[in-house]
Design a protein around this ligand. Structure first.
Ligand SMILES: Nc1nc2c(c(=O)[nH]1)N[C@H]1C(S)=C(S)[C@@H](COP(=O)(O)O)O[C@H]1N2
Ligand SMILES: [Mo]
Length: 508
């Protein structure tokens, strides 16, 4: 860049690039969650790092405006740094670029360090920074050179200001869009942070210590909430503020019923361990997890509504339009079919349906586990179709009895002699009665079952194999009260995969 650019214009270029950065960052955060918004992330990190005395000073002097003062302060500091970056960039591009990248890195780090950060939390900062750098480069290049004639300089200045105006307006628009649409998400996030989960009126039966077989490589019996499998059609995770949440129960009922959040948490809540499984889980797959849920039994609500005539299905709908069709009988027969509000003693994570979702033991998620649920229509299978049923999956989806070998891992080599084979089986709401393991074409051998955590949860098992050298195949099957699971191989469509999980190992 030959010659010195006008310092004032360079500062303007920096300011505009700053606005574009935070605007684009805010807009992108609509996809990645409110706490990933660069301004929010940096502000929150600042609040966390603020010493107690300064926090007190802020609240005593600014009262409830302390957040506003913080936000203003943050914007002022940021814009000053942005102007500085512009001035530096006009002298030497690399200096300005380094400052912009540093600011972007701080923001990305702040966003990924939030306790509720998703895997993509740094993305808005990175995308915003790239947009900002590009804007800065574009504008700096348009600043008229000091060597230009007066006429050229005046023309150049006009062109620069026009370009700045357009870029600045675009950045501001992105910011307004990000902020306006992000407001609901921020509200829901605040609400979730402030919730106190009530105690269960009916706590779950205590789980025996031996539900875990204690073999390295076997998934924990209780899936950590942040490792719970996630399946849904939501491009962006819905943000629902519990204070405005309502559930409407209508259709083939005597009385239409609505339920608010306050009514829900004031009700007698039930706690239950339930293993949730996806119909798309292939044999041996991991689209299955076990957790402790707290919620209101759906049965009582339906009794209040009073299903009429030959109603046999409840079509549940989420705020984003997903629907599931659950057999009315499964909701009324006394199993722990819940409107769940908590998982592992905490409010539901947003991805798992905050503030309220359904959990029904014994049924695949696609026919029962509606997240962000807001509407229950009592109807008939003959009259209504749910989301996945319209797309070729079965109307009813009872979970199939299945087993998985987790140790040894497939295609590994083990040493001849005693080898521990271990894994998990499930037959939700029927219960696993036994598990057997077979080597190659040999006879079935009884595995040892881990302690029982209830018929709605999966069950671990182990078997010690006296392994002989060579290539071998291990097979597993579980028994429920009706007998052994089927070995017939069937794919996931239309109602869940069947067949024996098979693990090939080399014994040396
Ligand atoms: N709103 C909504 N709820 C939904 C779905 C969805 O796409 N949208 N998917 C269902 C399916 S197919 C499954 S397997 C479970 C998964 O729940 P999880 O993501 O909490 O594990 O949610 C069910 N509930
Ligand atoms: Mo699913």
């Amino acid at each position: 860049m030959a010659g010195r650019r006008e310092t004032g214009l360079a500062a303007v270029a920096g300011l505009v690039a700053g606005v574009v950065t935070i605007g684009v960052g805010a807009a992108v955060s609509l996809l990645t969650g409110p706490s990933s918004d660069p301004l929010v992330a940096v502000g929150s990190a600042f609040v966390d790092a603020t010493p107690a005395w300064l926090k007190e000073f802020a609240t005593t002097n600014f009262g409830t405006n302390d957040k506003l003062v913080l936000a203003l302060g943050e914007v002022v500091v940021l814009l000053a740094l942005a102007a500085l970056a512009g001035v530096l960039a006009a002298r030497r591009w690399a200096w300005g670029a380094v400052l912009v990248v540093l600011l972007g890195a701080v923001s990305a780090l702040a966003a990924t360090a939030r306790p509720d950060a998703g895997t993509l939390a740094g993305v808005p900062s990175v995308v915003g920074t790239i947009a900002g750098l590009w804007t800065l480069r574009f504008l700096i290049r348009r600043i008229p050179d000091a060597s230009a004639s007066q006429r050229e300089a005046a023309q150049g200045r006009r062109g620069f200001l026009q370009a700045s105006l357009v870029a600045g307006a675009a950045g501001a628009l992105a910011l307004v869009i990000g902020r306006t649409f992000g407001a609901t998400a921020r509200k829901a996030e605040q609400a979730r942070g402030g919730l106190v989960i009530p105690k269960a009126s009916t706590p779950a039966a205590p789980v025996p210590a031996g539900v875990d077989v204690g073999v390295d490589g076997v998934d924990p019996w209780l899936t950590p909430a942040d490792e719970f499998y996630r399946i849904d059609t939501a491009l962006t995770v819905p943000s629902v503020d519990p204070s405005t949440w309502r559930l409407r129960i209508h259709g083939m009922v005597e009385n239409e019923v609505t339920l608010t959040w306050d009514e829900l948490i004031a009700s007698d809540l039930v706690e239950a361990y339930v293993t949730l499984a996806c119909v798309s889980n292939p044999v041996g797959g991991d689209l299955i997890s076990n957790q402790k849920w707290l919620g209101l039994p759906i049965k009582g609500l339906l009794e209040k509504a009073g299903p009429t005539g030959d109603a046999d299905m409840v079509l549940s709908r989420s705020v984003d339009g997903f629907t599931a069709g659950t057999p009315l009988a499964a909701l009324m027969d006394g199993r722990d079919a819940l409107l769940a509000i908590a998982m592992d003693g905490e409010p539901l994570p947003f991805e798992h349906g905050f503030p309220v979702r359904m959990v029904v033991p014994g049924l695949y998620g696609y026919v029962s586990a509606t997240k962000w649920v807001e509407d229950l229509t009592v109807t008939r299978f003959a009259d209504a179709q749910a989301y996945w049923t319209q797309r070729g999956w079965s109307a009813e989806g009872p979970v199939k009895t299945q087993s998985r070998i987790e140790v040894p891992r497939r295609d590994t080599t083990v040493t001849a002699g005693p080898v521990v084979v271990a894994g998990t089986s499930w037959a939700q709401h029927r219960g696993v009665r036994g598990v057997q393991v077979r080597v190659d074409d040999g006879a079935w051998n009884d595995a040892t079952l881990a302690d029982d955590g209830g018929i709605d949860s999966w069950r671990q098992w182990t078997w010690t194999w006296d392994a002989e050298p060579g290539d071998h195949e291990l097979y597993v099957r579980a028994f429920d009260p009706a007998g052994p699971q089927t070995g017939a191989v069937q794919g996931e469509v239309p109602d869940g995969a069947t067949g024996y999980d098979t693990v090939r190992v080399k014994v040396s």
